[in-house]
Write a protein that binds this ligand. Structure first.
Ligand code: NAD
Length: 504
């Protein structure tokens, strides 16, 4: 199914965009065009940041750190709350901006991005007030040992394009709450939402505390992550970029947080509530056009319910409205870029070549001619009963999931754990023991039981293996953006000398 002719609700910028360094809006060494993926034409002009821009941004953040680290918790809390309030009252226009920028259906901004960004800033505004050091009990009663949590310095944040504002909030809010300053390099595919967000809240922060440099990864991003004055790298993106970044981080021994890809297995047991499981599976793979690290891109279905599950799933998947992301009726929009569309098609071609059958998604799309230049992929369901094809182990990052069969819990868990990823996994069952056993046995940073995609602030989010390391979205995250200092105090009243004991 596809959407029909409608009036576009695309975002129209008032001028070319600028970077934000040390409280001032500045150009770059050049510029590049942002492309609206619904129609495949340019819609905004973004600066290409140079190494000199990165240098100035890091220097500004370093200088601002001297004052920002000393700000009271009251002040930091008030600023984070003010950012959330500002976004709450002015955030609606970001819905069409996000849809124009990366092809996410506009309705999703109201379900996910806009409320989540506010919630994340508010969460850290509160969490930082409860983030204490410890007084450590020791064998020696004459020692008072306590720990403090101190800011690190300049944080370098490199973002992906798929949920730009949420990713921005997940990094900026805890970094600022912890007393750090930050330089953000958004994705070249999603810089405008970040620049517009910062324009909206810039007056709330002292100059240099939050800086934005834009540009392509191997140039602007590489200059930022290799900078010796960066105290922490926080990255969201793919595993191969992560390896390049960690290579350069090694040069300056810069600690890093890595939020990478996933291949989320959803296990549906024979006793599952099928109606809920099918709805969750549809949302798990088709929300965000499947361009989500936590997508449910593998469906492990018990033999007894496999056929019915597939029948119910395909019935809905066939009817999903594909079209212009800025149309409120669209359920799956275009992929972010021509490159991403080609990558997804490449995965599908390879899967077909390996004998995987296409249950849904092979029919041509019947789109309005005005959308002919867009990067559209119909929602796909594949069948690979034994889970042998490459596509069961590789991240597609598009609206593509694959149905596999299993006959025992042990087989389901072994198959779910058979990839190098370990981000999100899920189990649908009415059996409490099965749920807890699988939650223990699944190799993943997140295990959902009878739900998917629920990520409330407070719930640690992150992976293992090729899905990265470090946790976002939670109290735990404040540890990522602070360092422990131990303060050891001697309380003894007498000190027995250890030196000069022999007679001269
Ligand atoms: P990507 O790795 O291509 O790019 C991410 C960022 O890295 C971009 O800003 C890019 O400009 C920058 N970059 C590229 N090369 C660089 C280099 N050499 N040095 C420094 N920076 C460089 O990823 P993407 O295509 O933007 O995003 C998709 C990937 O992100 C998927 O694998 C997805 O699973 C992952 N992702 C993970 C999470 C999570 O929280 N775990 C969330 C969203 C996306």
């Amino acid at each position: 199914m596809s959407t029909s002719i409608h009036t576009r609700n695309a975002y129209l910028p008032e001028a070319d965009y600028l970077q934000y360094i040390d409280g001032v809006w500045v150009g770059g060494s050049g510029s590049f065009e942002a492309v609206d993926p619904s129609v495949g034409t340019p819609w905004a002009v973004v600066p290409q940041g140079s190494t000199a821009d990165v240098e100035r941004a890091v220097a500004a953040a370093r200088s601002a750190f001297r004052g920002w680290r000393k700000t009271t918790l009251d002040r930091r809390q008030a600023i984070l709350l003010a950012i959330a309030d500002r976004f709450e009252s002015g955030g609606e226009r970001f819905a069409s901006l996000l849809a124009t920028e990366n092809g996410r259906p506009i309705r999703e901004a109201f379900i996910a991005d806009i409320p989540t960004v506010q919630a994340v800033f508010r969460f850290y505004a509160g969490a930082i007030r409860a983030f204490n050091g410890e007084q450590v009990p020791l064998a020696n009663p004459d020692t008072l040992l306590y720990t403090k949590r101190e800011p690190l310095g300049v944080v370098a944040a490199v973002l992906s394009w798929n949920s730009p504002l949420i990713t921005f909030a997940n990094k900026v809010a805890p970094a600022l709450a912890g007393g750090n300053t930050i330089v953000v390099k958004p994705s070249e595919y999603a810089s405008v939402s970040i620049l517009e967000f910062v324009a909206m809240i810039a007056d709330l922060l002292p100059p240099g505390v939050l800086n934005i440099v834009t540009g392509v990864g191997p140039e602007t991003g590489a200059a930022l992550v290799s900078h010796p004055d960066v105290a922490k790298i926080t990255f969201t993106g793919g595993p191969s970029t992560a390896k390049a970044i960690l290579g350069s981080a090694a040069g300056a021994l810069t600690p890093s947080l890595m939020e990478l890809g996933g291949k989320g297995p959803m296990i549906v047991a024979a006793d599952a509530d099928l109606e809920i499981a099918v709805q969750d599976a549809l949302m798990g793979i088709y929300l965000a056009n499947g361009e989500a690290c936590i997508a449910s891109s593998r469906l492990l279905l018990h033999d007894d319910i496999h056929d019915e599950f597939v029948a119910r799933f395909t019935d809905v998947a066939r009817r999903i409205a594909v079209g212009d992301a800025t149309d409120p009726g669209t359920e799956v929009g275009p992929l972010v870029s021509r490159l991403q569309l080609d990558l997804v098609r490449g995965h599908l071609d390879r899967a077909r070549g390996e004998g995987v059958s296409v249950l849904v998604g092979d029919e041509p799309l019947d789109l309005d001619p005005s959308l002919a230049g867009g990067f559209y992929q119909r929602p796909v369901l594949l069948a690979d009963p034994d889970g042998r094809a490459t596509i069961t182990r590789t991240e597609v990052f598009g609206p593509v999931t694959v149905a596999e069969r299993f006959s025992s819990d042990e087989e389901a868990v072994a198959r779910a754990n058979s990839t190098r990823y370990g981000l999100a996994a899920g189990v649908w069952t009415r059996d409490l023991r099965r749920a807890h056993r699988m939650a223990d046995e699944l190799d993943a940073g997140i295990v959902w039981v009878n739900r998917w995609f629920d990520l409330p602030p407070g719930m640690p989010m992150g992976g293992r293996g090729d899905s990265g390391f470090g946790r976002e979205l939670s109290f735990e995250t404040l540890r990522e953006y602070t360092a422990v200092k131990s303060v050891n105090i001697d309380l003894s009243v007498e000190r027995h000398p250890l030196w000069g004991l022999s007679e001269a």
